[in-house]
Design a binder for this molecule. Structure first.
Ligand code: ADP
Ligand code: MG
Length: 698
């Protein structure tokens, strides 16, 4: 392998001795040439452009101006001495101020000449002034090359030793001067050619010292691609390795499935549902273990897809389980699945934290003997005492509530190879992002709602319209419908939030004296919570006042109104989940977002997005733009998103290209044996950083 110049220790760079090296080590974790080269500037100062003085606003961090010095004036004495000069162009005038070196500047600055001035404008009263600007006489002959100047993060301590931005850029310049031609390529030639990338050394140089905005863009694109490409290569390799390592039962028989289709299907499946079922069937029939993420908007009908997948497992003489994050949800799934299971004479049971010991014992036995076909439950399912005769399929609902480790634990529950895994989530994320966050899972998407659904109407109301909102609620209740009223609850303001909930509940009780009302929140005992929930599900109560405990999965088709109080305090994903609790039946449903008049820009954007669209993917995109991917579930726990430049939210095009390229290469040459791909192997040898993490998971 060729010597890699970037591995050189930083102290061997001319001008950096052991002392400065140590500071760079400690303060910026710069140990090698590579670390320095990858200490990317966080912005560039644009010295290619001149601003009109008249257009300066407070938002301008630094500006470069060109104009005539029309006045130079010294005022004050001794340490209060200062120099002000006026710079004028055709659009306006700005004051330049110096408090130091006044005499020297007075001698140098020439009235009536044209200058280029660079500095940060400050606003004093209504006027801008620029303190201590850089300045030089304008020289029309002089080429203004290298017009973008890099600015680097530094630290207090480094500044104290004068090792700031300028110091870093000076040494980078030196590094490129001396070693530019020794910097190795890291991408296969065919990739560089296909996307017309600039070489790695050019990219690295240009990201620091671009000659134009375009050059900077090209450098960034190339380096982001590289990051994402190697991430994707690793993810794909892990998936392939796992496919080779873990075999699962081949499920091909379709006896039950056919019977269900022929005699019991309660409605026509949507095309999206059919497509996903085909994808699952292909997976479980392949002999490889299925690891599939099923994304579908709320109400898109994931449950029946899961049931049909279960039938494939049962047809293969194995068992199926479904794990849900809460008792309420486990309950609902159990009720829903039992209806189908009964039609086919399949045996199904439920196991949760509140199952009685005697029940448990029977369930454990029946799971071991194979008598039970389907088990639905909560975390209780992953306890060590639970064993299966032959577990063929695991369905996990609402994935973000389970850790990856728990997923892994379910895998181990079968003696006959690993069970197939189907992970369902109702929090859609863009496909490219899913591929990165769940690189080990294949992704299926139900992107279509069942026919006949009326889109939910979403309305924004200010708190002052509460009476009108009560009026609409009353009308719906008179028509036989049910209503949710949801209050925010966050830890930081828990006491106050509970008080709001209680106050709200009381005012609703006053406004609806003859209507039975439920209240559910996290401080109640699970048993009481369940009881209230069931009353609402059975239509015994008409209004459900609750915190976000009802966020996930509850299915009451007769509920048509979702009122969300303090909606400005909810995130987009959460609002969308809550809204998904209505619109499940044939009647027109409404979501009413209550808020105060005072709204932050972001809160307004969230509410407007909700009013504008019902599409979960669109909302996920908007959410991503607001929050960045860091907050998305899975990111932290997977620990895979360790990127310096690329942003998987904003760089989706590059991400897609990187994914496609990586996948095409591995398809062509899975072991990377071609000499052209030696470069990939060498890179991975050095920088492979995912394996440990994923080994732990599986
Ligand atoms: P989610 O994807 O949110 O889990 P569910 O599986 O709970 O959605 O389905 C929501 C509702 O839509 C259920 O009442 C279900 O019976 C119904 N449903 C599912 N698929 C269809 C379909 N193809 N046509 C009509 N109704 C359907
Ligand atoms: Mg569901």
């Amino acid at each position: 392998m060729a010597q890699d110049i970037l591995d050189t220790k930083i102290e061997f760079l001319k001008g950096i001795g052991p002392r400065k090296a140590e500071l760079l080590n400690n303060e910026l974790t710069i140990h090698t040439f590579r670390d320095l080269v990858q200490h990317y500037p966080f912005r560039h100062e644009d010295r290619s452009q001149f601003y009109d003085i008249g257009e300066i606003t407070e938002d301008y961090p630094y500006v470069q101006l060109k104009g005539y010095i029309t006045q130079v004036q010294v005022s004050g004495k001794k340490h209060k001495k200062r120099l002000t000069a006026l710079l004028r162009d055709s659009s306006g005038m700005v004051e330049l101020i110096w408090f130091r070196s006044v005499d020297w500047i007075q001698k140098n600055l020439q009235k009536g000449r044209m200058y280029i001035v660079y500095g940060k404008p400050n606003m004093y009263g209504k006027r801008f002034s620029i303190p201590h600007p850089e300045y030089e006489l304008f020289d029309p002959q002089k080429q203004r090359e290298g017009t973008l100047y890099p600015v680097y993060h530094s630290t207090e301590k480094l500044r104290k030793f004068s090792l700031e931005s300028k110091f870093i850029s000076k040494h980078l310049q030196k590094l490129f001067e001396l070693y530019f031609h020794k910097i190795n390529e890291t991408l296969p030639q065919e990739v560089v050619q296909k996307y017309r990338f600039i070489s790695r050394r050019e990219a690295l140089k240009n990201i620091h010292f671009p000659t134009s905005i375009q050059a900077l863009q090209k450098a960034k694109t190339r380096l982001k691609f590289e990051e994402l490409f190697y991430l994707q290569i690793q993810l794909l390799q892990i998936r392939t390795d796992r496919k080779e390592k873990f075999k699962a039962q081949q499920l091909r028989k379709t006896t039950l499935l056919t019977e269900f289709y022929k005699n019991h299907l309660p409605f026509d499946l949507t095309n999206a549902q059919k497509r996903v079922i085909r994808e699952i069937y292909q997976d479980v029939g392949s002999g490889d273990q299925m690891n599939r993420l099923l994304q579908g908007d709320v109400g898109s009908g994931k449950t029946i897809v899961a049931f049909i997948a279960m039938l494939m497992a049962i047809d293969g003489n194995s068992q199926a389980c479904m794990m849900a994050p809460t008792e309420i949800l486990a309950d609902q799934h159990f009720t829903g699945l039992k209806e189908f299971a009964d039609l086919l004479g399949l045996k199904i049971a439920k196991l949760t934290g509140s199952s009685k010991t005697s029940e448990r014992r029977i369930i454990h036995e029946q799971l071991l003997s194979g008598e039970l076909n389907i088990i639905v439950g909560t975390h209780a399912l992953i306890e060590d005492t639970v064993d299966f005769q032959n577990l063929g399929l695991c369905v996990i609902d609402e994935q973000h509530r389970f850790g990856v480790a728990q997923r892994a634990k379910l895998w181990a529950k079968s003696s006959k190879g690993h069970p197939h895994m189907l992970v369902m989530t109702a929090t859609p994320i863009p496909r490219t992002l899913a591929m990165t966050l769940y690189g080990d899972l294949d992704v299926s998407i139900i992107d279509e709602l069942p026919a006949g659904r009326k889109p939910i109407k979403t309305i924004h109301k200010y708190d002052s319209s509460r009476l009108a909102v009560f009026g609409s609620m009353k009308k719906q209740i008179e028509e036989g419908r049910q209503v949710y009223v949801v209050y925010p609850l966050i830890e930081e303001s828990e006491t106050l939030d509970y008080k709001n909930l209680q106050d709200g509940y009381e005012s609703i009780c006053r406004a609806f004296p003859n209507v039975p009302i439920s209240i559910v929140h996290g401080k109640m005992k699970p048993k009481d919570k369940d009881y209230e929930m069931q009353r609402f599900v059975r239509n015994k109560t008409k209004i459900m006042v609750a915190t976000t405990v009802i966020e996930v999965g509850v299915n009451v088709p007769n509920a048509t109104v979702m009122v969300i109080e303090n909606s400005e305090r909810f995130g987009l994903a959460q609002l969308h989940q809550l809204r998904g609790r209505v619109g499940r039946g044939a009647d027109q449903s409404f979501c009413i977002l209550m808020s105060s008049y005072k709204l932050s820009k972001e809160a307004r954007f969230r509410i407007e997005t909700m009013v504008r669209t019902n599409n979960g993917f669109e909302i996920a995109d908007a959410d991503l733009k607001l929050r960045g991917p860091g907050d998305l579930h899975g990111t932290q726990q997977s620990g895979i998103v360790n990127l310096k430049l690329a942003d998987i939210a904003k760089d989706q095009l590059i991400l897609r290209q990187a994914r496609e390229t990586a996948s095409a290469i591995l398809e062509k040459d899975s072991k990377l044996q071609s000499p052209d791909y030696q470069i990939i192997i060498e890179y991975l040898k050095k920088f492979r950083n995912l394996e440990a993490e994923w080994e732990r998971i599986s």
